[in-house]
Design a protein around this ligand. Sequence first.
Ligand code: SF4
Length: 316
Amino acid sequence: MPELLKVEHLKKYFKTPRGMLHAVDDVSFSVDTGTTLGVVGESGCGKSTLGRVVIKLLEPTAGTITFEGEDITKMKSSYELHSRMQMIFQDPYASLDPRMSVSEIIAEPLKIHKLCKSREELDERIRELMDTVGLAERFATSYPHELDGGRRQRIGIARALALKPKFIVCDEPVSALDVSIQAQILNLMQDLQERDGYTYMFITHDLSVVKHISNEILVMYLGQAVEKSGSDELFDRPLHPYTKALLAAIPEPVVKKDRHRELLKGEIVSPIAPKPGCRFAARCPYATEQCHSVNPELQEISPGHFVSCHRVKEIN
Ligand code: SF4
């Protein structure tokens, strides 16, 4: 699969009264066409900021973003760019204008980008998009508050697909939904990818959600990538202590008596002007003096499996 997106040494800092907040700090990855990169981490780890910087809703502090072979790092956020890159938000209710009907919401990007030549063509495209995301035609005149969370997220997806983007950042798209509805939305997104070849960056705090939808997974901790590998490899052979703790926190339907859970202890350090050293050291049971003074680099431990940990070989 050809590479669609390449992100190199991306940084996004925010000025705060207490110093620079390192929301995204030297993150690199690439995503191939028609695949899904899952981005996982606790809230506040910088994953949503990363998604917004990648599609230029926020300007990066440093680093480069190459999309379809073109350096878009300095490109101003534009209509043209947003027709190629779109976003699906966590809370569909908050991201939809409550005064607009379903058809008006889906029509808006089509009108802004002047993609339909006549009213008939516009209506036909709205019908087609509603059908694509499994929304019955009778909901065209409904308002967001009249629909359940799953249907509202289907509107968000239809709106994101309206411009036929190549790349979609999905920011916690199922976190606000009931578990049964989550599965429906995930299946819909997978079906759309198989049918139309969409490329996703799927951001979530819940590793179990991305297991089946992702080809590759990037685990983030306090603005940095701590582990990156193929999805199966990450679940079969997690190497970073933080990834292991995230996996241990996934609830199991039947709890085995001998199950060993490595639960996280300790405080998350501040992302404002972070001290040198591994950012996970304050919570890591394997931390040594070196960990508290030298930031580990992300290194390839086996083909395609990258980890940033000084002691990765000793502890695995
Ligand atoms: Fe733990 Fe040290 Fe590895 Fe960081 S570098 S994860 S503190 S062992």
